[in-house]
Design a protein around this ligand. Structure first.
Ligand code: SF4
Length: 357
């Protein structure tokens, strides 16, 4: 399949645009696979402005893959704190350990071998293979889908497996085999800066004379993405058990987005509860005698994730000098200093900053 009679002039146009328009981002000045991998994992589902300080902190704290592999998972999660999607951080750590301990610190060069590492999907494998090792593997991210769909007027669904395969084939046909890394950077940058999701810069675009979306005025309709993500609503009633020495917290062992982070004992309910109901459930579930009226009950905190909307209320229950013992031995008392150092979901940090510290 070839969409163009002249792939070479498409590539040259794009590369010329890239040379004059690209942003200066720190990972672009390196072909170190460790730094490229780190930046790509951090930037998944994250804007560059948000990801940049994390990239800098990771590379300062863990200058080599061996430093990252030697860190504890807790330390890695704490450095990641605030970026969300914590499974990415856990996979980052697992991958670092494999590369450091099993592969002698060397990332594989080939796309297929990279794909076998934890947390490395088709996009990241193609990025590392092409940016670090000059392999002709096309990256296909949201930017590339959009650019190709618009320029060539493709209305295949990018949420379907067959649609993705179709786009991947075109992207691999178009890649510049002599300069695959720079070509990949260029097409993604073009999507990020010129062919943007809303209000693309068509009047000054280098492809505007042939772009099918512009000619047919369907920029807003391409790419086609059928699946709508269903947002699940969750209602969390947190028990913040307090004594004169600190607060009770526990590590999350559930296999979910917050695995390995610390939060408070929680009662999850199907709908939002009245304050009193929430409190009664907490006493019943954690089998504690009420010490009296709670010291405070927070307003509802809303925390929006991509697939979930969390509504959380925090009940601060002060036991003073008395130290309750819980059946669940993972619920332990931590001093304020210790809590500062624990990896925590952003929702918990927001509450702590508002009410405790
Ligand atoms: S003309 Fe507009 S829609 Fe087409 S590639 Fe350029 S910026 Fe994108």
């Amino acid at each position: 399949m070839s969409f163009l009679n002249d792939n070479a002039s498409f590539q040259q146009k794009l590369l010329r645009w890239y040379q004059s328009s690209k942003r200066d981002l720190p990972w672009r000045n390196s072909n170190d696979p460790y730094k490229i991998w780190l930046s790509e994992i951090i930037l998944q589902q994250t804007r560059v402005a948000q990801g940049l300080p994390y990239y800098q902190e990771f590379t300062n704290k863990f200058p080599t893959i061996h430093d990252l592999a030697a860190a504890s998972e807790e330390e890695v999660l704490r450095t990641w704190q605030g970026l969300g999607y914590y499974s990415r951080a856990r996979n980052l750590h697992k991958c670092a350990r494999i590369v450091s301990n099993v592969l002698n610190g060397q990332f594989p060069e080939k796309y297929d071998a990279l794909l076998k590492l934890p947390g490395i999907g088709p996009y990241t494998a193609a990025a590392i293979a092409s940016f670090a090792f000059g392999q002709p593997s096309a990256v296909v991210d949201g930017n590339v889908f959009r650019v190709l769909a618009r320029i060539f007027g493709i209305n295949k669904d990018i949420a379907s497996a067959s649609g993705q395969k179709y786009f991947r084939k075109i992207a691999n046909d178009l890649i510049d085999p002599d300069n695959p890394g720079e070509y990949n950077q260029a097409i993604m940058e073009f999507g990020a800066l010129c062919c943007t999701p809303a209000n693309p810069h068509c009047p000054e675009c280098i492809f505007n004379d042939t772009c099918q979306a512009r000619i047919n005025k369907v920029q807003g309709k391409l790419p086609v993405k059928s699946k709508k993500t269903r947002v699940r609503k969750r209602f969390l009633n947190y028990a913040v058990f307090k004594t004169d020495k600190g607060l009770y917290m526990k590590p999350r062992t559930e296999k979910d987005i917050w695995q390995g982070l610390y939060d408070f004992p929680v009662v999850e309910t199907a709908a939002e509860m009245e304050e009193e109901e929430g409190l009664n459930d907490i006493y019943a579930l954690f089998n504690v005698q009420s010490p009296g009226i709670p010291e405070s009950v927070s307003p509802v905190y809303i925390h929006q994730l991509s697939h979930q909307k969390l509504s959380a209320r925090f009940y601060l229950i002060n036991f003073g000098m008395f130290e309750p013992v819980f059946k669940d031995a993972s619920i332990r008392l931590f001093s304020h200093e210790e809590i500062h150092d624990l990896p925590k979901p952003v929702l918990i940090s927001r509450y702590l900053n508002d009410y405790i510290f």
